[in-house]
Write a protein that binds this ligand. Structure first.
Ligand code: C5P
Length: 229
């Protein structure tokens, strides 16, 4: 069983997908982390970011695992490294390359075989899992998304970018995500669009759980208190 969760950067996909998967007792697949891992592997192995076939070969055999909320590449925890600006920038040509997207689609389908999974990205409902029984597209206003990102960064050490700077780079990323020739970010025709401005994480998760229940995808999702340690 598959639930897809797509949408622009900062719409709350990751926290929602993680929480939803925990409530359902399903696996969570972070496909943005997969593209980021290909970029990291390319930099580590000296594969030029212009070599689309070389990148696709890396993507096709990516030794990636999602373990207890961490992302591992070849058994090494890369969760922090793949979120650096260096990797975010390198991920752009990787995610734009049609052969990489083709390899990724296959890998993602293989990884989701015979398990229940909440998968998160830009093209999961529209391209990778077009027959998923529940597809959600999360949106939020650009300002709200930039404020959320700023709030997340404020909790980390060091001086981070301002809301205005985040808004500017986010607008560029959105534009790139929407305009790539293959795998452009878009809601599948049958996706449920949820506008998350003003909603808490728990409210968004509840809305999706309600949809999942309505479609008979779960009968035993945990209540919030049950999965707290
Ligand atoms: O979601 P996240 O910001 O980690 O994604 C990293 C990059 O991977 C983004 O630039 C996005 O365009 C790309 N991506 C993609 N298709 C996906 C998931 C992410 O092109 N399914």
């Amino acid at each position: 069983m598959i639930i897809t969760l797509d949408g622009p950067a900062g719409a709350g996909k990751s926290s929602t997908a993680r929480r939803l998967a925990a409530r359902l007792g399903w696996c969570y697949m972070d496909t943005g982390a997969m593209y980021r891992a290909v970029a990291l592997a390319a930099l580590n192995k000296g594969v030029p970011l212009t070599d689309q076939e070389g990148l696709a070969t890396l993507a096709g055999s990516l030794p990636i695992r999602f373990v207890d909320g961490r992302v591992e590449l070849d058994g090494i925890d890369i969760s922090t490294e793949i979120r650096t600006d260096r990797i975010t920038t390198a991920t752009r040509p990787v995610a734009d390359a049609p052969p990489v997207r083709q390899a990724m689609k296959q890998l993602q389908r293989n990884m989701a075989q015979q398990i229940n999974v909440v998968t998160e990205g830009r093209d999961q409902g529209s391209v990778v899992f077009p027959s998923a029984p529940l597809k959600v597209f999360l949106v939020a206003s650009p300002e709200e998304r930039a404020r959320r990102r700023h709030g997340e960064q404020a909790s980390r050490p060091g001086v981070g970018p301002t809301v205005a700077e985040i808004l500017e780079s986010q607008t560029q990323r959105d534009e790139g995500d929407r305009s790539r020739p293959v795998g452009a970010m878009r809601a599948a025709d049958d996706a449920v669009v949820i506008e998350t401005d003003g909603l808490t994480l728990e409210q968004v998760v509840e809305q999706i759980l309600e949809l999942a229940r309505g479609r008979g995808l779960t009968s035993a999702a945990k209540t919030p208190s049950q999965d707290r340690p």
